[in-house]
Design a protein around this ligand. Structure first.
Ligand code: ADE
Length: 249
């Protein structure tokens, strides 16, 4: 059983690549696919670059050329709900494309010809990710020093199961995030890839899962320390959660 693991940025997956026992490295379509064993389990790791097109093509490649049996997306997201803080983990339930709008031909957010406004993650794997994320937070100091957590103002991080919205926009003001919340009230965070990969997995009938570490509040400060957060925090979160998750697969 091969697990495909995607992040959008190199910084988000760097700590995982460093632990991988690499068996081969293949470059296709400007992406590098790392094939190997992670904590004894066969995986293919890749960073897709940002956005829906980049991540959808990468997911398609993973399914068709690397024959992965499931896909897990991991990376950062911006919070658009008051209950969600920087350092929290969101385990995705339904994935929406907040910039999809072919109305009045079809409903707002509906992906034409699929008749769907959202894509559901795999229920059993979502439960595994919830448990894996909770166990990770219980022993977070094995992966991240107290000083580093304090530097990023991460005090008591929690795990939340929630819907996620994706779009080809970095959300950096309240007007943008309010508009998404109004249209999609169950969504607690925004990013730029998850729903595109979820759509590909739906079309190929492959289980899809996603975890996002909250890096910002999708406001004017959203860009501050963004690559640093991805590298020093999110990448370690991904490693710790995947270690637990792969032991369940
Ligand atoms: N990923 C992390 N933060 C984000 C934001 N504010 N908007 C879109 N994608 C993000």
């Amino acid at each position: 059983m091969y697990t495909g693991i995607i992040s959008a940025m190199k910084e988000e997956i760097q700590a995982v690549i460093e632990v991988l026992e690499i068996e081969s490295k293949q470059v296709k379509g400007m992406r590098t696919y790392y094939v190997g064993k992670l904590y004894g389990k066969p995986v293919v790791l890749v960073f897709s670059r940002w956005g829906k097109v980049a991540s959808a093509t990468t997911a398609t490649q993973l399914i068709n050329d690397f024959k992965v049996d499931q896909l897990v997306f991991t990376g950062v997201a911006g919070a658009i709900h008051k209950d969600v803080q920087i350092g929290d983990i969101i385990v995705g339930k339904q994935l929406f494309q907040h910039d999809m709008n072919a109305s009045p031909l079809v409903e707002t957010y509906e992906v034409p010809l699929l008749g769907k406004t959202s894509f559901l993650t795999n229920q059993a794997k979502r439960a595994d990710l919830m448990a894996s994320s909770k166990s990770f937070l219980a022993e977070i100091e094995l992966f991240l020093s107290k000083e580093l957590l304090t530097e990023f103002n991460i005090i008591s991080p929690k795990v939340i199961e929630s819907d996620i919205a994706s779009g080809d926009q970095f959300i950096s003001n309240k007007m943008q995030s309010d508009k998404i919340s109004e249209g999609l009230p169950t969504v607690k965070c925004v990013e730029m890839e998850g729903a595109a990969v979820a759509q590909v997995c739906f079309e190929y009938n492959k289980p899809f899962s996603i975890i996002r570490t909250i890096s910002d509040n999708a406001n004017n400060n959203a860009h501050v320390d963004f690559p640093k957060f991805a590298h020093e925090i999110a990448s370690k979160y991904a490693l710790g959660i995947l270690k637990n998750y792969l032991s369940l697969q």
